[in-house]
Design a protein around this ligand. Structure first.
Ligand code: FES
Length: 156
């Protein structure tokens, strides 16, 4: 009998130590998870406000595509427009049409005028127009955080 009691004590000590280790590991993981939650998950995406280039670098009466920003800079003399290239139907990327004066969507055929207004196809509204300004060095600054409801061009 004394032998069995000693054996039972060993098992009960092992269970206690196993439980204690499991508990301590669980607490440590919870503490580490809590500490990690204070570190923000920062996403380094493309800036929504960016330098498009010098006004004179954009050819007159054309739409210049800035692919990585999905923005067209449309120039007509000293007037500029920054248009989104995202179709307002289902989000495909529009392209300049053959005449170079407007845009078309290759997905379902929506068409837009040079100022971004939709006139054919399933697109429910015009292309977004972003705010333009001049930077300190005279370069065009596009601010994609601000969309303009009027289609007034930016004059340099
Ligand atoms: Fe452009 Fe459908 S996504 S017309």
């Amino acid at each position: 009998m004394p032998f069995d009691t000693q054996r039972e004590e060993q098992w009960s000590r092992r269970f206690f130590l196993g439980g204690l280790i499991t508990f301590l590991v669980s607490v440590a993981l919870i503490v580490l998870g809590s500490i990690r939650s204070f570190i923000p998950n920062v996403q380094f995406g493309k800036p929504l406000r960016f330098k498009a280039g010098m006004p004179q670098d954009f050819p007159d009466k054309t739409a210049t595509y800035i692919e990585d920003q999905k923005v067209f800079i449309v120039r007509d003399g000293n007037s500029f427009l920054a248009l989104s290239s995202v179709c307002t139907h289902l989000g495909c990327t529009v392209r300049t049409d053959a005449s170079g004066t407007g845009f078309f969507c290759p997905c379902h055929g929506s068409r837009y005028r040079e100022n971004g207004k939709n006139y054919a196809g399933p697109a429910p509204k015009p292309l977004a127009v972003y705010e333009l300004s001049l930077g300190p060095g005279g370069e065009l600054i596009v601010d994609k955080r601000t969309t303009l409801s009027n289609r007034e061009t930016f004059r340099t």
